[in-house]
Design a protein around this ligand. Structure first.
Ligand code: HEC
Length: 384
């Protein structure tokens, strides 16, 4: 077991879970007479009220609505799960890695999540379900709002370890990716020098940056064939079952990074891992231009990355099936060029031969990179 998961386990073991049941001397509430239950409830309220008066603290004010949501029990794990791949220690500002830093920004955080700005995800909801959709669930949003409005209490459960410490992955080929020069503008290409010695099939890949810095995109390719795009906060990419990419012996691996035009921080070095696995149908990238492209054979779409001409444009990718049905695969109301996400479908999307893919945008000059594979033989027909 690695030290990190060991720490997580111990910090979550509460006394109640380790104590044998018979040491619980109080009878359960449902076996008590009504009067006793009422008295207990009143006592609990009185204790809570006394506590509020006795320890007013800097955040107890007339506007505080206590909710019972605490930093250590709900908020720290939520931030770790949903935010700290980007806002962990040493990564994108603001760091949300300690109680004090998070509490100081509580109102900004509340507004960002209520407005749907964080986590950033330009794709509109309601179309084909996407993998790793980072949007918060309504209960998660409620918890952040309740915690802020409740006076940002710390709570007393030990906070889980935060940060995204790089660990090495078993069954992976790993390269270290060098860091870029501070203040670099535009883009930069580096080749990773250790070639693969034998033909190797991979079922996925991951890039772990040492710090997210000012890079907003890293495109990995193998022998000129695109592997995929990494954006800050992105975790492991696993291909669907039956899909694998062949890396030939001696293949060259190239990383192309794009930087924000401002910001003097050094770009991330890091580790590229190729997750070795069984052979399968290879993914293949098609660059579609604005307008219609008709497929000449049965395929499945795994992912799509649309690109509009400029920030704020809308862009959509729509499938027109041979049976006349029309299904939008992805819609972006306001394109953000600095978030070039490979939107991967939760389930690969069957596209029978003669399906037309339409890419359209509010302005001319759009494109979409679509990742396709050959249709799997035992795939069910298109679900309607
Ligand atoms: C994919 C990376 C990513 C994830 C995940 C993410 N953020 Fe951010 N966040 C950013 C970036 C980049 C910025 C800088 C501003 C921008 O680009 O919009 C930012 C800015 C912020 C800001 C500052 C906004 C301001 O106006 O000062 C807050 C607060 C914030 N994020 C909170 C959160 C919270 C809370 C979560 C999790 C629920 C979260 N973020 C998840 C990337 C991310």
């Amino acid at each position: 077991m690695d030290t990190r998961s060991a720490r997580m386990n111990t910090s979550y073991k509460r006394p109640a879970e380790t104590r044998p049941a018979q040491t619980n001397v109080f009878p359960r509430a449902d076996t008590l007479p009504v009067g006793v239950v009422l008295m207990r409830a009143l006592l609990a309220i009185a204790v809570a009220a006394l506590a509020a008066i006795a320890i007013p603290g800097p955040f107890v004010s007339a506007h505080v609505r206590p909710s019972g949501v605490t930093y250590t029990r709900e908020i720290a794990p939520l931030l770790e799960r949903r935010c700290n791949a980007c806002h962990g220690t040493g990564a994108i500002e603001p760091a949300l890695d300690t109680y004090d830093r998070t509490r100081a920004l509580a109102k900004v955080i509340r507004d960002q999540v209520l407005e749907g700005h964080m986590p950033p995800w330009p794709a509109a909801a309601g179309f084909a379900p996407l993998r790793d959709d980072p949007r918060l669930t309504p209960p998660e949003i409620d918890a952040l709002v309740a915690w802020t409005d409740g006076g940002t209490p710390r709570g007393d459960v030990p906070a889980p370890a935060v940060g995204t410490a790089p660990t090495s992955t078993p069954h992976a080929l790993e390269w270290s990716v060098p860091a870029g020069r501070p203040g670099s503008v535009g883009s930069e290409r580096v080749s990773l020098d250790r070639p693969v010695e034998h033909n190797t099939w991979i079922n996925g890949w991951a890039y772990r940056p040492s710090a997210a810095g000012n890079v907003y995109e890293a495109i990995f390719s193998v022998d000129g064939r695109r592997l995929g795009t990494w954006v800050p906060g992105q975790r492991e990419v696993l291909f669907p079952a039956g899909v694998a990419q062949l890396i030939r012996a001696g293949a060259s691996i190239v990383v192309e990074r794009r930087f924000q035009k401002s910001g003097g921080r050094e770009s991330p070095g890091g580790t590229l891992s190729l997750l070795m696995g069984a052979p399968g149908r290879q993914p293949e990238h098609r660059e579609l231009q604005c307008g219609n492209t008709t497929l000449d054979r049965d395929a499945e779409a795994l992912a799509v990355q649309p690109r509009a001409a400029s920030a704020g444009d809308s862009i959509e990718v729509i499938a027109h099936f041979p049976d006349g049905a029309i299904e939008p695969l992805l819609a972006i109301a306001r394109y953000q060029p600095t978030r070039p996400i490979d939107y991967r479908f939760a389930a690969s999307m069957p596209l029978p031969r003669r399906t037309t893919l339409e890419v359209r945008s509010s302005s001319a000059g759009c494109a979409a990179d679509v990742t396709l594979t050959a249709r799997s033989k035992d795939a069910p027909g298109r679900q309607r």
